[in-house]
Ligand binder design. Structure first.
Ligand code: AMP
Ligand code: ZN
Length: 112
């Protein structure tokens, strides 16, 4: 998917501030952080959103989810963190490549 921003970031064609990478996922700092810590966890394969998941993605999604606490701790979020997944225009998704937001630290906005 050459016109996908996050695919370009994963490929290294667009620079990013990398936090972590393995065979399946790529993690980098959000360019417009909404809190002191704001990172994005993305699968390396192009999946548009939660709406496009199927049974073949079970292992990938489990691995991404299980990695979240470790990634949060690696950013100094020892007392907890917030996870957000926006899905589709109605859910406020702006980049059409599935991503999990991890937010925390100072300036974490209210959620009510
Ligand atoms: P969403 O609204 O859930 O699709 O979130 C997309 C996120 O991607 C937003 O928080 C943006 O700030 C972030 N973003 C957009 N472009 C870049 C980029 N080039 N590098 C890092 N984060 C980005
Ligand atoms: Zn993509």
């Amino acid at each position: 998917m050459t016109d996908c921003l996050f695919c370009k970031i994963i490929a290294g064609d667009i620079p990013s501030s990398k936090v972590y990478e393995d065979e399946q996922i790529y993690v980098f700092k959000d360019i417009y952080p909404k809190a002191e810590v704001h990172i994005l966890v993305v699968p390396k394969i192009h999946i548009k959103s939660l709406d496009e998941l199927n049974g073949e993605h079970q292992d990938l999604i489990a691995k991404m989810t299980l990695k979240l606490p470790e990634l949060a701790r690696s950013q100094g979020l020892d007392t907890g963190f917030r996870t957000i997944i926006n899905t589709g225009p109605g859910g406020g998704q702006e980049v059409d490549h599935l991503h999990m937001h991890i937010l925390g630290g100072k300036n974490l906005p209210g959620f009510k």
